[in-house]
Design a binder for this molecule. Structure first.
Ligand code: 5AD
Ligand code: FES
Length: 370
C-alpha cells in the first residue's frame, strides 16, 4: 500500500503542472520498486487527461549515419570505423514518405547523424517542399539533424519543417563535458534549443538516463531543465552501452543491468509526465531494446507518442546507436501491424492521420500571457 506521503504527493502532482518541489521530484525518481505501480498509474492518469487513451504516431526515417561528431556513447560516432556509412537519396526518402502517408501516418521524423554543410542544408531545403507536395501539405515533418547555425534552422523552417528534436543528452554541463570531446559544446546545444523556439518550431529535447557518473539529482535537474526551456516534446531513453564506443566497450549488458536501466527510463517518463502534464512524451525505441514490451511499458508510465521505424531493412543495421536495437528484421509494413497490436494490447488506440501537435505548443499560442 502506498503510504500517505506518496499518495499526497501524487495527488498534488496530478492537480496541475509544476506542483512538486525539486526535492519531491528527486524523491519520486528514487521510490522503492514496490511503489512504482502507484507512480506509473498516477502519471498515466495525467496522460489520459491530456491526450486520452490514444497514442500519437510518427514515422521515423533514419536518413543517414554519417556523423561529424564523436560522442563517447554513440555507436555511429565519427571514429567508429566499423560502421558502414550510408545516406539515403531524395527518391528513397520520398518513397518512404509517400508510403507513410498512404498508411495513415500524419507525421514524419527525419533523423541523421550530425553534419553541417551548404550541400546538406540545401538537400533538406529542397526535400521539404517535395514531401509537402506528395501529401497536399498534410504530412507534418520533424527534423532531428543536430546542431546547426541559426540561419540553417531558419531556412529549414521556411521550407516547411515545423518541429525539431535536439536532445541536450544531459542538462549537467559537467557530465556533458565528460561524455563528449572538448569541442562539443554544451552551451551551443542549449542555445540551439532557444533559437529553434524563437523561430516558431515545436521544440523537443531529451536526455539519456542511467549514464555513468549521473546522479539522481542530475536526473531531477534534467526534468527542471525541460520546464525552464519550455519544451513541447520530450524524447528520452535509457543509456545502452555500445561495444564499439569508449563509454560502452567494457560494459556488459547483464539481465540485472537491463532491467534497472529500463526501470530508470520508466521512472523518468512518469515523473516528467507528473511534473509537466501537457508535453508530448515519446516511448522511445531504447526502451524496447531493453525489454520486448518496453515501449508499451513506457505508454503505461505516461508516454503518448511512438515513432516506428520506416527505414529500409537494408540500412537499419547501420543505424545502431546502441546494442540490441529492435526490429532489425521487420519491414515497415510488419512494424505497422505489430505496433498496432501492441498499442491495442495495452488499451490504447493509434491516432492515424493526425499530426499530433503537443497540447503544450497549442497552448503557448492561445495563452493571453504568452
Ligand atoms: N544509448 C542510448 N541512447 C543513445 N543515443 C545515442 N547513443 C546512445 C546509447 N548508447 C541517443 C542520444 C541521441 C539519440 C538519437 O540517440 O540521446 O540524441
Ligand atoms: Fe553523432 Fe553524437 S556521435 S551526434
Amino acid at each position: 500500500m502506498p503510504d500517505s506521503k506518496l499518495e499526497d504527493c501524487l495527488a498534488r502532482a496530478g492537480e496541475k503542472p509544476h506542483n512538486l518541489s525539486p526535492a519531491e521530484v528527486e524523491w519520486l525518481l528514487g521510490l522503492p520498486s514496490s511503489d512504482l505501480p502507484a507512480l506509473y498509474q498516477a502519471a498515466y492518469r495525467v496522460k489520459e487527461r491530456v491526450s486520452g487513451r490514444s497514442v500519437s504516431i510518427r514515422g521515423l526515417i533514419e536518413m543517414g549515419n554519417v556523423c561529424a561528431k564523436d560522442c563517447y556513447y554513440c555507436g555511429i560516432r565519427r571514429s567508429n570505423s566499423r560502421v558502414r556509412r550510408y545516406q539515403l537519396d531524395k527518391s528513397d526518402i520520398l518513397r518512404l514518405s509517400a508510403w507513410a502517408y498512404a498508411q495513415g501516418y500524419g507525421s514524419l521524423v527525419i533523423q541523421a547523424g550530425e553534419s553541417e554543410s551548404e550541400a546538406h542544408t540545401r538537400f533538406i531545403e529542397d526535400l521539404l517542399p517535395e514531401i509537402a507536395a506528395l501529401s497536399g501539405g498534410a504530412l507534418g515533418v520533424t527534423l532531428s539533424l543536430g546542431e546547426q547555425e541559426d540561419e540553417v534552422f531558419r531556412r529549414w523552417r521556411s521550407a516547411g519543417a515545423h518541429r525539431y528534436l535536439l536532445r541536450i543528452e544531459t542538462s549537467s554541463p559537467r557530465l556533458y563535458q565528460a561524455l563528449h570531446p572538448a569541442d562539443h559544446l554544451y552551451e551551443r546545444r542549449r542555445r540551439c534549443l532557444a533559437v529553434l523556439r524563437d523561430l516558431g518550431y515545436q521544440v523537443g529535447t531529451g536526455v539519456m538516463s542511467g549514464l555513468p557518473g549521473q546522479s539522481r539529482a542530475d536526473l531531477a535537474a534534467d526534468i527542471e531543465f525541460f520546464r525552464q526551456m519550455d519544451v513541447d516534446m520530450i524524447g528520452m531513453g535509457p543509456y545502452i552501452p555500445h561495444p564499439d564506443t569508449p563509454l560502452g566497450k567494457d560494459r556488459e549488458l547483464t539481465p540485472e543491468y537491463r532491467s534497472s536501466q529500463l526501470e530508470l527510463g520508466l521512472r523518468m517518463i512518469a515523473v516528467t509526465r507528473l511534473y509537466l502534464h501537457d508535453v508530448n512524451l515519446a516511448a522511445t525505441t531504447a526502451l524496447q531494446a531493453l525489454a520486448d514490451n518496453g515501449r508499451e511499458q513506457g505508454l503505461l508510465a505516461g508516454a503518448n507518442v511512438i515513432m516506428p521505424n520506416l527505414t529500409d531493412l537494408e540500412y537499419r543495421r547501420d543505424y545502431q546507436l546502441y546494442q540490441g536495437k529492435p526490429c532489425l528484421e521487420e519491414s515497415a509494413g510488419q512494424c505497422r501491424g505489430c505496433l498496432e497490436a501492441r498499442v491495442v494490447g495495452v488499451g490504447e488506440s493509434i491516432r492515424w492521420g493526425e499530426r499530433g501537435d503537443s497540447l503544450h505548443y497549442q497552448q503557448r499560442f492561445s495563452s493571453p500571457l504568452d
